[in-house]
Design a protein around this ligand. Structure first.
Ligand code: NOJ
Length: 965
């Protein structure tokens, strides 16, 4: 179609991020200085030597022998002292900390306070051994060793004698000490090098001189017309962390990029800037970019065939991460942060699962969600009135399309005063909630962190009177910024007094003297948006770094942590609305390390384009690598009006994401599933119903994740860590340990696609039972993928429990019977788990749950047995993280409540012959039929299928069925 040029430009602009609103590394003083340090080191090559060294005489090993401290000196600034603190933990992880001692100011050292769930237990078996040149500790059990070289300071994690992680190996460590503006540090004297053959970092007259003519702002820094006065001066931290034997690196979300992180340095760099970790509201973000987005988790997995290791750099200030691959088998990273101490956790693996557990032991396991939260969510900006809400609900019901949650965006609130209802459009909030709840459904209402500055707004007034608001740099009064309501203030959640106050607001009944949300019910859940925080007139659309939080910390120090505290406070507030507490559901846009403990996140304002649909998949996988497993992308795309093919595909993507929500911008056309015409309406209905039928799989996967830290979506490298062909795959993934392997289609015009199979096993088409045969050396198979088809395979060896009766909402499925799909592997065996609990309360922590293991195995030469046994776990402290399975004794009212629930159908795929007899151990009869086909042992084509109807076995009981061939 021909368009006038003006319109073309307009259209192009409308779909482009405003890059100039956000800094590049070059425009950020500390990042530019950090990168310049790396280029100087590169130019100097082998003559470069880090100025930092450990004073061997200062090494003090603790009485328990698992930790030591030592003084660190910099030859550049001999008068400045640093302390190194290294700890060996019982689980094999290590912590390396370094801080300035008696500096002009205190560096921010509280990131771990907010990110960690507990101080890790110290090792009782490891001991530090010191020589003249180094100090090291060896874990004889795992073969892992941590070695700290004194001169120059260099920290290495070795496995079986080989270095796997090296800190400061390239000498890019630089902790800019605090100084006064008119007192630039005294330059060290020329020739201070202890070893004349080395070019010691030459003394700067002032730090800018390091960069040979490059002008990097050190003190005041102006960007986009706003000046960061840096009243406390520069205090950045640069650090190189290298992985000499790992060629792949994953993590550091949130970026719109591939799972296997592309390079940012070196000749073949894909991006010219480092990955930026700085929570930002990036309008119309690019689908392929290193730019910062809404969340930040400073965690990486480095992976190779021999092992996986993790590094968690616990820092909450703005951080840039350069990634390079000097060879296909190695990775180099440089982390440049604006403020804070060095606090790095080394997670030795050696498998991806081990790293997940090690990280979860530090920052917590993902929350066990409310059951409804895994079902389908319908959102848009905005459902405009309570009658609109009722109408949407009835249209879904009229078309038999299930949904669980209806969302209200900001327009319910007059002048965007959250909690308050627009009386004209929402005159009856409580009856509205109750009408929705009548079908077992819930509503989610948005509560943003900015409060309209208006003394008639009780929430603002109360926060202001109590002194709970973030302060400007002067420390006086309240910071004033611009957001949806106009002039706004922000609650300071670093002040724990805010948490109590916030909890009080969410009480739906009672009279605690203060204002509270009476026009609400306990069926209402919360959406925390704009919590980077987004400030329309702030630098880079966020808060000035000079703003002050509790205890006088600058916003600069805590920026990336800020949004997590808001979600944390809200989830506690929702949890304690009732007595006993109920599991909360809170969606957040901003996140940090540890956010997995508080709820779900989504990938923000994506565009309705194929590129955005496609990149959403690795983005969600990458969040999961960093612990944030409960995540998803706006189905349909937030901006724009997707065509019908795109919309159907987007539902397929969403149905296979942990968080499944359709959402759309206020300017888009309505696109709820009931508005679609045939055949697309039925396609979308089928996709949503498929999600509902698979809810037992999702819930079981979440349970496993909540005890182990292993993500719900498992990319190929985590399942087949020794198969290099899978290390960069990020379009297909497994769901928990269910054996379901999905590859959503994210491109137009597709009728078939390929799926990579890494092992010599049969994989079964979920819908047709067609067997695709994998190979030991890996093979790509072609699977049908027309618009109504989803490439979904069952890995041979799996038993998949489903509930297949279509209902209006998931609450109505609680007593529904189960179907078991048994997909035999090449050894003609299979197993699978099913986890159930009441979906709402915390009683599962006391053992009120059902956790079954199904097995199918040969019991004789020509007999098979299918069995169901108890596999119960309780959630108590450490065991949760270690995934310990502990039998429960005592009352289990939940189990009683579902004791009548049956298995209504069992399908066994891949038997090699028709059974001659099927017997139930309880003596019951079973009706069955057998359709001959390909066996699990060999061949491709439609698998043989044995279908048993109503075998009269119950889900909570032990049972067995014997099949004689
Ligand atoms: C920005 C969010 O990302 C979007 O999802 C929401 O609809 C708007 N804010 C309005 O609240």
């Amino acid at each position: 179609m021909w368009l006038p040029l003006g319109l073309v430009l307009l259209a192009a602009e409308a779909l482009a991020v405003k890059r100039h609103d956000f800094k590049t590394c070059d425009q950020s003083g500390f990042c530019k200085r950090g990168r310049a340090l790396a280029s100087r080191a590169k130019e100097a090559a082998s003559t470069w030597k880090s100025p930092y060294s450990v004073d061997p005489s200062s090494v003090a090993i603790s009485a328990q022998k698992s930790t030591f401290t030592a003084s660190v000196l910099s030859s550049l600034y001999p008068e400045i002292k640093f302390e190194l603190d290294v700890r060996a933990h019982a689980d094999g992880t290590f912590r390396v900390r370094m801080d300035e001692v008696d500096g002009l100011r205190k560096r921010y050292d509280e990131t771990s306070k907010w990110a960690l769930v507990r101080e890790p237990t110290l090792s009782e078996t490891i001991t530090w051994k010191q020589t003249k040149k180094e100090i090291k500790a060896v874990n004889t059990k795992s073969g892992v060793e941590l070695k700290v070289q004194f001169e120059p300071l260099r920290v290495a994690l070795l496995r079986n004698g080989k270095e796997e992680v090296v800190i400061n190996g390239k000498g890019l460590l630089h902790m800019e000490h605090f100084r006064l503006k008119d007192e630039e540090p005294t330059p060290p004297v020329e020739g201070q090098a202890q070893d004349d053959s080395q070019t010691v970092l030459q003394p700067p007259v002032n730090p800018t001189a390091w960069f040979e003519g490059e002008q990097a702002a050190v003190w005041d820094e102006t960007f986009g017309g706003q000046t960061d006065t840096k009243p406390r001066g520069p205090q950045s931290l640069s650090l190189d962390i290298n992985f000499p034997t790992h060629g792949h690196i994953y993590g550091i979300p949130e970026h719109a990029t591939r799972l296997d992180l592309p390079t940012t340095t070196g000749e073949n760099a894909k991006y010219s800037d480092p990955y930026r970790l700085y929570n930002l509201d990036v309008f119309e973000y690019e689908a392929d970019s290193e730019m910062a987005l809404y969340g930040a988790v400073p965690l990486v997995h480095a992976h190779g065939v021999h092992s996986t290791v993790g590094v968690f750099n616990a820092i909450g200030s703005e951080t840039w991460v350069d990634v390079g691959h000097p060879s296909t088998e190695s990775t180099e990273t440089q982390w440049i942060s604006e403020s804070g101490i060095l606090d790095v956790f080394l997670l030795p693996g050696p498998t991806p699962e081990d790293v997940f557990r090690q990280y979860a032991r530090l920052t917590g396991t993902p929350v066990m969600p409310r059951h409804f939260a895994l079902a389908y969510h319908q959102c848009r900006w905005n459902y405009i009135s309570s009658s609109d809400v009722r109408e949407v609900q009835s249209r879904f019901d009229a078309d038999d399309i299930p949904f669980d949650v209806l969302w209200l965006d900001i327009e319910y609130a007059p002048n965007h005063k959250y909690f308050i209802w627009n009386e004209k459009t929402f005159p009856d909030p409580v009856p509205m909630f109750n009408d929705v709840a009548a079908y077992g459904r819930k509503m989610v209402v948005i509560i943003d962190p900015h409060l309209k500055k208006d003394n008639d707004y009780p929430v603002y007034k109360s926060a202001s009177e109590k002194g709970l608001l973030v302060k400007p740099s002067s420390g006086q009064g309240e910071y004033d910024g611009w957001c949806w309501p106009g002039s706004s203030a922000w609650v300071d959640y670093f002040n724990l007094a805010s948490w109590d106050w916030w909890q009080g607001l969410f009480k739906v009944d009672g009279n605690n003297g203060d204002w509270h949300w009476k026009d609400s019910t306990t069926d209402v859940f919360i959406w925390n948006d704009m919590n980077e925080p987004s400030v329309f007139n702030g630098p880079e659309i966020t808060m000035p770094k000079t703003n002050l939080h509790f205890d006088g910390w600058e916003h600069r120090d805590v920026h990336n942590i800020n949004g997590m505290l808001f979600q944390n406070a809200t989830s506690q507030a929702v949890k304690y609305r009732t007595d006993p507490p109920q599991r909360p559901f809170v969606l957040s846009r901003a996140f940090f390390a540890g956010s997995q403990r508080f709820g779900a996140v989504w990938t923000g304002d994506n565009l309705g384009t194929w590129e955005h649909m496609a990149i959403g998949v690795p983005m969600v996988l990458s969040n999961g690598i960093a612990g944030i497993t409960f995540s998803g992308a706006d189905v349909g795309g937030f901006f724009g009006n997707p065509d019908i093919e795109m919309l159907v595909r987007w539902y397929q993507v969403g149905a296979f994401a942990p968080f499944f929500r359709a959402h759309a911008h206020i300017d888009t056309k309505r696109r709820e599933p009931f508005l679609l015409s045939e055949p697309h309406k039925s396609m979308v209905r089928d996709i949503i119903r498929l999600r509902y039928s698979l809810l037992p799989v999702w819930y079981t996967a979440f349970r496993y994740s909540s005890v182990s830290g292993v993500p719900v979506l498992r990319p190929q490298y985590t399942v087949f860590p020794n198969d290099p062909k899978g290390f960069s795959l990020d379009e297909q993934y497994f769901i928990g340990n269910s054996g379901l392997l999905v590859k959503p289609v994210t491109a137009p015009g597709v009728t078939q696609t390929t799926v990579y199979l890494a092992e010599a096993q049969p994989y079964y088409d979920y819908f047709t039972g067609h067997i695709y045969r994998g190979k030991r050396s890996g093979v790509e198979v072609t699977v049908p993928a027309a618009l109504h088809e989803i490439p979904l395979l069952i890995r041979g060896g799996s038993i998949v429990p489903t509930r297949e009766r279509p209902r209006r909402s998931s609450a109505l499925m609680k007593k529904d019977p189960f179907t078991l799909r048994i997909a035999l592997d090449a050894a003609e065996e299979a197993s699978g788990d099913l986890y159930l609990d009441d979906g709402d309360s915390y009683l599962y922590e006391a053992g009120e749950l059902v956790w079954r293991r199904f097995n199918a195995a040969k019991s004789g030469k020509s007999t098979f047995k299918i069995t169901s046994e108890d596999l119960v776990a309780i959630n108590n402290g450490q065991n949760v993280v270690d995934g310990a399975i502990v039998p429960v004794s005592g009352p289990n009212a939940f189990k009683e409540s579902v004791s009548a629930v049956r298995v209504e159908k069992i399908v066994v795929y891949g038997l090699k012959a028709k059974p001659s007899k099927i017997t139930l151990a309880n003596g019951g009869e079973v009706e069955w039929d057998f359709v001959a086909g390909t066996s699990a042992k060999s061949g491709e084509g439609v698998a043989s299928a044995l279908t048993m109807r109503d075998p009269a076995v119950r889900i909570t009981e032990d049972w067995s069925i014997e099949i004689t061939l």
